[in-house]
Design a protein around this ligand. Structure first.
Ligand code: A3P
Length: 331
């Protein structure tokens, strides 16, 4: 019998109109968003999401990197890849030196479960490292229930996420400039949670709660904490993934070397990340690798948001996260 993964390429034939009744928004991200299963799914991947949910079979040895967009996915891909593959590739010959992290850790819904997949699951060596922006509630069941696979989640202060997302969307829209200001966009879309894979509060709280209930399966990270001490988190990742650093590796400075290899300054200046493309010509749109490396600063929102919009967003963040135990520094 064919395994579910064998039908990775057969996206369901969706009846015209199956998604037609879903709430739809154009939030100026370059594509429409459909409110599907409780989150704002980019229309361009909604079929991929269905296919992934129906067919993906997690392996016990898989690592799934889950994130809300613009929260440090690229960085965490580089870190997890380096930690997990350090015995296969000496850091000096790391594939990261010639490939963008998104080409090494493929996304389930953007790259694997496409009609024309950019990666075949069967070709990905075990232990697999895969990524997703899907909310916890929309993950394929096998990740949540049938497997001992590991989930690493990263989120970020939503104020910085908004600004990062705004710039990223602008870079996708070079031909199609925004017709509304950043303040207007923040008020209209961010306050209502209408951004890709949003609302952000449901996304972050979904993984936060799941992580509290199942800390052995889910490691919950914040971008700001990694910025403060990434070497500490490199070691934590290694332990969580079941490949802790040996005394010799620690003595030889392996965690620090991984931190340097994956640093913003190092990755941003690599030729592949200055000039390459993230998705091939068959994709709905190409993304320049350089679009994933902007400033990497904590608190950059204060350079962009007006005081009144910043206050409104801070109040929203306070109200949405109050009582959950999940906090962000916003001042
Ligand atoms: P800014 O736009 O604030 O600069 P994602 O990878 O989820 O798309 O997130 C992109 C954000 O992570 C961008 O933030 C980007 O600059 C930052 N980033 C990319 N690589 C990084 C790295 N190696 N270290 C720290 N931040 C990084």
């Amino acid at each position: 019998m064919a395994k579910s993964e064998d039908i990775q390429n057969q996206n369901p034939t969706l009846e015209e109109g199956l998604f037609g009744s879903l709430p739809r928004e154009n939030n100026c991200s370059g594509f429409d968003l459909l409110f599907y299963q409780g989150f704002w799914c980019p229309e361009i991947i909604v079929e991929n999401v269905v296919s992934c949910q129906q067919h993906f079979q997690a392996h016990e040895t898989d690592t799934i990197l889950a994130s809300f967009p613009k929260c440090g996915t690229t960085w965490l891909k580089a870190l997890i890849f380096s930690v997990a593959n350090r015995s296969k590739h000496p850091l000096i010959e790391s594939p990261l030196l010639s490939a963008n992290p998104h080409a090494l850790v493929p996304s389930l819904e953007f790259q694997i479960y496409r009609k024309a997949p950019l990666f075949n699951l069967q070709d990905i060596p075990s232990p697999r490292i895969l990524s997703t922006h899907l909310p916890y509630s929309a993950l394929p069941a096998s990740i949540k229930t049938n497997s001992k696979c590991k989930l690493v989640y990263i989120c970020r202060n939503p104020l910085d996420q908004f600004i990062s997302n705004w710039h990223f969307a602008s870079s996708l829209q070079s031909k199609n400039h925004y017709s509304i200001s950043l303040d207007e966009w923040s008020k209209k879309y961010c306050m209502s949670g209408i951004t890709p894979f949003g609302p952000f509060w449901d996304h972050m709280l979904g993984y936060w709660k799941a992580g509290q209930e199942n800390p052995g399966q889910i490691l919950f990270l914040k971008y700001e904490d990694l910025k403060e001490d990434d070497v500490f988190y490199v070691k934590k990742l290694a332990e969580f993934l079941g490949v802790p650093f040996s005394t010799e590796e620690e003595r030889d400075g392996m965690p620090e070397q991984i931190s340097r290899l994956c640093s913003f300054e190092n990755l941003k200046d690599l030729e592949v990340n200055k000039s390459g493309n993230y998705i091939d010509d068959h994709a709905p749109f190409n993304i320049d690798n350089k679009a994933f490396f902007r400033k990497a600063k904590v608190g950059d929102w204060s350079n962009y948001l007006s005081p009144s919009v910043a206050e409104a967003l801070k109040k929203l963040i306070h109200d949405k996260f109050e009582g959950s135990g999940l906090t962000f520094k916003t001042s």
